[in-house]
Design a protein around this ligand. Sequence first.
Ligand code: BGC
Length: 406
Amino acid sequence: MTQFPQDFLWGAATSSHQVEGDNTKNDWWAWEKSSALKEVSGSACRHYQLYNQDFDLAKGLNHNAHRLSLEWSRIEPEEGKFSSAELEHYADVLLSLRQRNLKPIVTLHHFTNPLWLARLGGWQNPKCAGYYLRFVNKVVERFKEQAVYWVTINEPSVYIYYSYIIGAWPPQAKSVFKAMRVEQNLSLAHIQAYRLIHRIYKENKLKPPLVSLAQNLQAFVPCSRNLKNRFSVYLRERLFNLRFIEKLIRNKSLDFIGVNYYSRTLVEVKRWGFWNLLLDVCQDNHRPLKKNSLGWDIYPQGLYELLLKLKKHNLPILILENGICTEDDGLRWDFIRLHLESLQRAIHAGVNIKGYIYWSLIDNYEWDKGFGPRFGLVEVDYSTYQRRVRESAKHFAAVCKTGRLD
Ligand code: BGC
């Protein structure tokens, strides 16, 4: 089978802090300035100014959907004070998508927090879910007629891992206790936002929205199949891949499963120990695969296997991110093609997949890694902000147009 289903969503994603530029009122901006990072986000891709041009490119590449995030710190720069100018800006952005027949998939939280919230303890604060709901209420009331797809939170487990377990991202905590509290607050925020968004659509007699979150799924593969490694794989799958979404499924608060998939981790546990079981990886690289420019293995089979594991939930699945940073654009197309083949195999095996959103539409600010990694279908020249469509984008465009992978 080479044909994807009718009405399949095809597109690419961005997130506000990574592309807009000058998001001066969030915790990442403050942290970039105060830390030893070699690159700060600065003007990023100037997407805040150039979004029409970027959406023209997406349209020209036959996309029919686009995932973006609304920057909370722009919309609510001070606690409880909403900026009508920024709401107007995002109204224009959503209108621009609609004029190009690009269905918006709107993310409400993509790693960054307003500075005022960070000062109040961020997601550790028990009131955080309430603050988040006030923001969600504001934007969904405003944009309910512009969007059907809502993504409440991007990759809660990645956010918790980097910000509260290994402490690489703001607020750089390293505490299992804090991580558990944040997880609790994030899941509560999602469940309540899910109900709120549905209520708003119902009260306004609109067709029901489709609400989910973006869950990062990592393929965990034991290096040798000893007990320690197999137990560790089981544990990591539960903790990092499944725990969060299964809780939300039990609470009936996912209309579809949003999946972000990039790579695999080869698990080789040195000794029985809590942190070893959670974090040890194989250092030998004795089963080498091609890698992206950050050294992540290219492992399309993992996507297929993970999708089959989700099948039992009987929910539609939308790939909200899958992508590669590389200087080798031929490898980018291979990556996309191989992952689309995995999707086709999963569809063939009965998994209900609704769309594929590549990460990312344009090169952008890769968080603490700076501007080096190039994930874009479209190259950005950071000295002129000019865009150049890559060959891989054109190959992908042909699939978006015909729904066929030839
Ligand atoms: C995130 C993106 C990030 C991408 C590549 C995902 O985890 O949602 O913000 O740029 O991975 O690392």
